[in-house]
Design a protein around this ligand. Structure first.
Ligand SMILES: Cc1ncc(COP(=O)(O)O)c(C=O)c1O
Length: 432
């Protein structure tokens, strides 16, 4: 059996990692996971790391949850995958039925995909065709926000706001109407005015409700989401809520939209936590209004001509269905509320006062600690994360924002471990 260095060499020789400079990968102390237990990852040498980023924001209940493992085994004894194109699958129907009463969308229909970006792509195409199906040809643009991130396919990149090295793709991005991030002063009013001015050319507004995760946990209030919903309604523009990151309990409620009374988006995008972090599954949720615009004669142009090979994968649907039940059975949201409060208190006493910490932003278990390096190029985010990994807590930063996105079942002791590791690491890197 190869040791860690041997595995890293084999990794570099055959695997290309996303968002990773492969020329430097081997020297950046990657963790090579072999297995996991609960919320701990175990590497090829037996070292343990608390998964404080929920494996890039997907893991909800933890790893190797007996009930979720069993759901996949049971489904394997039925069938692993069948196509959604023109045919159905029992467990996919059951999943859609179970999700329907939970999503804040009017009489929802679910178009499944495999990743968040693909589901965003579906939503923006559906919004465009929603209008053309009704003979409206002018609605070809979208309102999107500064700091937005919706994934890496060309369409979702276009709605997103660049950064993370993706500016190189600017020539491939289609133009959108961009308005400031809703947490900025005056941004809500600016967005309302922009919607009114551009209504006749807007197919939809695409919004990450309450938290723009990839922007470094940029946050805004429910009232901002309500104001956008009202402006959209007044100007007859569709609203798409991208809850790929915020969905399935991260913000303290099942969906962030649930914290915005009276708001029902025309479409919602789900991904990441939908399977508890087990399998690639995502969904575009369409309201009755949207759905109706696509109903017509067989083979007619009103059909949505779109679909992927693995859309609605049966194993993914089975684990997603069991995951929904467990969220309820284990009263997971109550733990999110308690652990979120514990994080808030410990971070404010142990991390907030440290030199180098500019701001701590938090909604539920989505947390961003913004560092303020005195000069560019110090790469504090990267260094603090590496120091956390040395202490057995897996963290991955967004620039100089330290992201903590602990699994929803994280215990009180684990919260203390995570905050302790972050506090020590920030002190070590940024000075006292
Ligand atoms: C809000 C949001 N939308 C979409 C995506 C893209 O999802 P995926 O990485 O599954 O394609 C992400 C990923 O971080 C996200 O945060």
């Amino acid at each position: 059996m190869a040791d860690l260095q041997g595995w890293i060499e084999r990794d570099v020789a055959s695997v290309w990692h996303g968002f990773t400079q492969m020329g430097a990968y081997a020297n950046n102390h990657p963790v090579i996971v072999e297995r996991a237990e609960g919320r701990e990852l175990i590497d090829v040498e037996g070292n343990r790391y608390l998964d404080a980023i929920s494996s890039l924001w997907v893991t909800t209940l933890g790893h190797r949850v007996e009930e979720l493992d069993q759901a996949i085994r049971d489904q394997l004894d039925r069938v692993a995958h069948t196509t959604m194109l023109g045919n159905g699958n029992r467990v996919v129907i059951e999943l859609a039925e179970a999700l329907a009463p939970l999503v804040p969308v009017d009489r929802p229909r679910f178009l499944f995909a495999s990743d968040g970006a693909a589901a965003v792509e579906q939503a923006i195409k559906i919004a465009f065709q929603y209008w053309t199906n009704q003979g409206v040809r002018s609605r070809t643009s979208y309102l999107a926000f500064s700091g937005a991130y919706h994934g890496d396919t060309i369409g979702s990149l276009a709605i997103g706001d660049g950064g993370f090295g993706t500016d190189i793709f600017d020539p491939l991005r289609f133009p959108v109407v961009r308005t400031p991030s809703l947490g900025e002063p005056g941004a809500v009013q600016a967005a309302i005015e922009t919607i009114a001015t551009n209504a006749s050319r807007l197919a939809a507004i695409v919004l990450e409700p309450l938290v723009q995760g990839a922007a470094g946990m940029a946050m805004h209030d429910p009232e901002a989401v309500q104001a956008i919903a009202k402006a959209a309604q007044d100007n007859d523009v569709l609203v798409i809520h991208d809850e790929v990151a915020t969905g399935f309990g991260r913000t303290g409620t099942l969906f962030a939209t649930d914290q915005c009374p009276g708001v029902q988006p025309d479409m919602m995008v789900l991904g990441k936590g939908i399977t508890g972090g087990y399998l690639p599954l995502a969904a575009t949720v369409a309201s009755q209004r949207v759905w109706e615009a696509f109903i017509g004669e067989d083979l007619s142009e009103r059909t949505f001509y779109h679909g992927h090979s693995y859309s609605g994968n049966a194993l993914g649907a089975a684990v997603a269905l069991r995951h929904l039940e467990l969220l309820e059975e284990w009263n997971v949201l109550a733990n999110v509320t308690e652990r979120a409060e514990q994080f808030r208190q410990l971070l404010s006493t142990q991390v907030g006062p440290l030199a180098g910490v500019a701001q701590i932003r938090q909604r539920g278990l989505m947390i961003g600690i913004e560092l303020s390096a005195p000069e560019d190029g110090l790469r504090w985010g990267r260094k603090v994360s590496a120091a956390c990994v040395d202490r057995g807590v897996l963290i991955r930063p967004l620039g100089d924002v330290i992201v903590i996105m602990a699994p929803l079942t994280t215990t009180s002791a684990e919260v203390e471990t995570i905050v302790g590791a972050v506090a020590e690491s920030v002190s070590e890197v940024c000075g006292q």
